[in-house]
Design a protein around this ligand. Sequence first.
Ligand code: ADP
Length: 340
Amino acid sequence: MSSLDTLQHLLDANRESAIVVDSARRIVAANEAALAVFARPGISIRGRRLSEVIRDLQLHEAFSRALDDGLSSEVKMDFIGSGRRSFDIYVSPVNLDGKIHAVGVFYDVTQVERLEKIRQEFLSNISHELRTPLTSIMAFVETLEDGAIDDKDNNRRFLGVIRRNAERMHDLIADILELSLIESGNVSIETKQVRLKNLVDEVFTALSSKAGEREIKLVNEIDASAKAIADPVRLEQMLTNLIDNAIKFNRLGGSVTLTAVGSDEKTSISVTDTGEGILPDHLPRVFERFYRADRGRTREVGGTGLGLAIVKHLARLHGGEVSVTSTPSQGTIFTIDLPV
Ligand code: ADP
């Protein structure tokens, strides 16, 4: 067996893409992983010049360093094939059967970079969301210290603002902790048969004063016999989030209606409101963390932007899904599907 054959076997055992070129920059070996990324269907890349297969100046310079100077090096490259992929590439010289060659190993870092970006965005969102109420708290404390504490007409009002902002920070931190607990896979659910009408009545009772403040009618149209297989605590949490939103984003004097339909495969529970609705542009994004269709308005009504992300994760933990349809200025329907 020649050195090249031995190398080919070694490369084939590797999950990362690897390509070997000779001193004329022709590809003499490539493993399956490399073919999957760089070869077009039905066209072999063996025997072709590296520059025909991958056009990237830095990559070619790295191969030249290996072939001409006998030096190893590391480069980064984005490659657009069937989607955009990012690679960290290590290129080294290798002597095969007495002739100089260069081998490049391509580490696919697309997923790692994507996750890193999500993590950074999450952190910067958290910092921003916490800073806003904190700034307000600090400003009002300072105002009180500067003399407003003796201002009988306003001091209680200022304390009220401080309290509301502290509560907001508290809610945010609670939601962030909850979400990261669920996402880390450390939340388990214990499912059993749940009577839906009763559960919804309990959620309605808990939210009745909030609904009353905005004169929203809460309507439970679920059949007394309707059941779902779910973790009752988690289902209550999901419905509380959805009904709370349906109250918050409703019009004064509107209504929130709960319905349930069952089939052989699933039970679908819907929360229908008569609110402002969600524009089609925003609709696919409302389940993202910290996403708010209308930032100003949602701050005003006290949202964290995490509620729907939590609902989505909890629905999936049940093997189910949550979806939304909306007609702007008429209302929104959120539906939780749970497998039976
Ligand atoms: P928030 O804490 O802001 O309510 P959510 O994750 O629960 O966060 O919701 C994300 C965004 O989706 C909200 O800020 C709002 O813009 C929009 N939204 C959620 N529910 C409704 C609804 N029933 N009607 C209109 N908009 C809604």
